[in-house]
Write a protein that binds this ligand. Structure first.
Ligand code: UDP
Length: 329
């Protein structure tokens, strides 16, 4: 029995691979290496380079490696990019996920964990946002993920198949042992960008919009440590294998920080007063979104270990320094 991790050479996927290996699981990674790196895939996980929509490859891999569960991370994740290229996002995130789900059904893989997103809620009526909140994505990215959730729901109703869709809030930080971290080139996510600026990889960074109706005028997000996030997936896997049935749950801590809070924390932890420019709002950004984390805790028995912004930033910074040393070699 082995677990297939799509996108396992990427940021969250590479942490998932470590989490599974740490629990003694046999792991196979499927990744086309468009944004991920082969060196990010931990030994002894096996790397298959290819596309999730290549059904021949996927089904052969499932049969050959005795896959009993799929954890599906592969996809595109940048909100403004999805606004500019909606059809690219619907292809990558929705159409290709459909092919992967079909391969799972055809080969009898009954457990499927999907990386969904808080972007399915758009700007919620109230925070913290529960799973029952109306689904009103404000970007093609959010819609592309919501459509995959709906395909999973309907597939589970029709076949011997159960899924867990985890709706991620803002994933950040790095493995505390620094075995992996976020290595994406041209990353756009706030903590990564701020850490790159603090370590001198960028001359300055921008704050996208400071006239939002929030405490300090900048958008508010629920930043969750990647190691806590992948642990929720491992618990979801155990639950599915035990016959727990399908589940959809938020993955966040239930508290929000503004863009300026994050930048201040990165400045404080790094001891660097880097340049920050105020810029126009970025298309597709929701004003404020914070998770209600109750379902993840009650259904999965999730106990976050790294719910501390300074700790998250310190792991992200240490990874950035390690990457800089690595790139100089
Ligand atoms: N943000 C920013 N400057 C950056 C990157 C992000 O001001 O260089 C803001 C962005 O506009 C949003 C918040 O930080 O309000 C979180 O953005 P991110 O891209 O990290 O995650 P998202 O919530 O879009 O998934």
């Amino acid at each position: 029995m082995a677990v297939l991790v799509t996108g396992g050479a990427g940021y969250i996927g590479s942490h998932m691979v470590w989490e599974l290996l740490d629990h003694g699981e046999d792991v196979v990674v499927l990744d086309r290496l468009s944004t991920g790196f082969d060196w990010a895939v931990a030994e002894p996980a096996r790397l298959v380079v290819g596309d999730i929509a290549d059904q021949k490859l996927v089904e052969e891999t499932i049969e050959r490696c005795s896959i009993d569960a799929i954890i599906h991370f592969a996809g595109s994740i940048i909100v403004p990019e999805s606004v500019a290229d909606p059809l690219g996002y619907y292809l990558n995130n929705t159409v290709k996920s459909r092919a992967l789900i079909e391969s799972a059904v055809r080969t009898g893989v009954r457990h499927f964990i999907f990386s969904s997103t808080a972007a399915v809620y758009g700007t919620p009526q109230a925070n913290p946002v529960s799973e029952e909140e109306p689904l009103k994505p404000e970007s093609p990215y959010g819609t592309s993920k919501l459509m995959t959730e709906l395909m999973l729901r309907d597939t589970a109703a029709a076949h011997d198949f159960a899924y867990t869709a985890l709706r991620y809030f803002n994933v950040c930080g790095a493995d505390p042992k620094l075995r992996t971290g976020q290595s994406t080139k041209g990353a756009t996510h706030l903590i990564k960008v701020a850490c790159e600026t603090a370590t001198g990889k960028r001359p300055q960074m921008e704050v996208f919009g400071d006239d939002y109706p929030t405490r300090d005028g900048t958008c508010v997000r629920d930043y969750i440590h990647v190691s806590d996030l992948v642990n929720a997936h491992y618990l979801a896997l155990e639950r599915l294998r035990a016959g727990g049935g399908s589940l959809m749950a938020n993955c966040g801590y239930g508290r929000g920080y503004s863009v300026l809070d994050v930048i201040d924390t990165v400045k404080r932890v790094s001891g660097t007063d880097f340049a920050v420019k105020r810029s126009a709002r970025r298309p597709g950004d929701a004003v404020s979104i914070v998770a209600s984390a109750e379902r993840c805790v009650s259904k999965l028995g999730w106990k976050p270990q790294h719910d501390d912004l300074e700790e998250i930033v310190s792991h992200a910074l240490r990874w950035e320094e390690k990457l800089a040393r690595r790139n100089r070699l």
